[in-house]
Design a protein around this ligand. Structure first.
Ligand code: ZN
Ligand code: FE
Length: 263
């Protein structure tokens, strides 16, 4: 079987629209705008064969109508959200089986950023590597804001992503890594893997190279939102915020709120 290519196409300020291609056909994940997708497809000579959506925000669905004008393709998205043009409405436990490119995806419910947010997990590509497309739920060194969900929902969603195989490549929808790392270091200044990642990520951005994909194993080691149970993080939160941290849920909720106002 031919290898698949996973390409982050930049859009807007800091979005990535992921394309997965077998060299002829491509699937687009969260095309918030059509123009960069059209341009990239044209450059590579790829044909769009399907669209996958994780949640209803404009910067993830805004390009769907225009892409459908070019060619009618099936559109997969969350059953729990009001999104136009959906061909298939998906929820936890559903499977997406595509022929071109050949892709088998399992649907995970990951509410928190939005109430119906889903992620797509590919257990194995032709080389044996797992992949997940997680929209605005899990970011490199961070997580999405809680626009529609509770901290408990988001923590459960992040737990389900963190439980995926460590080698899983994580395809997030935004390049937020450098600012996320600054916050992560405030939460866990002594994390040496995080310090090394700060230097590596800064070097990549200086060359205008994406910091993604990341992996689940790496996120478990450096992402403070997956590490809310760490005693050192809980101690830092109690100290910095003058709050009582009783468990990982309270630590997670305090951390998420702190991040909202962190500069
Ligand atoms: Zn969003
Ligand atoms: Fe977004």
């Amino acid at each position: 079987m031919n290898a698949l290519e996973y390409v982050p196409v930049p859009a807007f300020e800091d979005n990535y629209i992921w394309l997965v291609s077998d060299g002829r056909n491509a699937v687009a994940v969260d095309p918030g705008e059509a123009a960069p997708v059209r341009a990239y497809l044209a450059k590579r000579g790829w044909r769009l064969s399907a669209i996958l959506l994780t949640h209803h925000h404009r910067d993830h669905v805004g390009g769907v109508a225009d892409l459908l004008k070019d060619q009618p393709v099936p559109v997969y998205g969350p059953a729990g959200e009001a999104i136009e043009h959906l061909t298939y409405r998906l929820a936890h436990g559903d499977h997406v089986s595509l022929a071109e490119p050949a892709l088998e995806l399992a649907v995970l419910d990951v509410p928190g950023h939005t109430s119906g947010h889903i992620a797509y997990f590919q257990a194995s590509d032709p080389r044996g590597t797992p992949h997940v497309f997680c929209g605005d739920t899990l970011f490199a060194c961070g997580c999405g804001r809680l626009f529609e969900g509770t901290p408990a929902q988001m923590l459960a969603s992040l737990d389900s992503l963190a439980a995926l195989p460590g080698a899983t490549e994580v395809h997030c929808a935004h390049e937020y890594t450098l600012s996320n790392i600054r916050f992560a270091l405030a939460c866990e200044p002594g994390n040496t893997e995080l310090q090394a990642w700060r230097d590596e990520a800064a070097a990549r951005r200086a060359r205008n190279v994406p910091t993604l994909p990341t992996t689940i194993a790496h996120e478990r080691a450096v992402n403070p939102f997956l590490r809310a149970g760490e005693p050192s993080i809980q101690a830092t939160l109690a100290d910095q915020l003058h709050e009582t941290v009783t468990d990982r849920l309270s630590a997670f909720a305090l951390m998420r709120e702190w991040k909202n106002r962190f500069r």
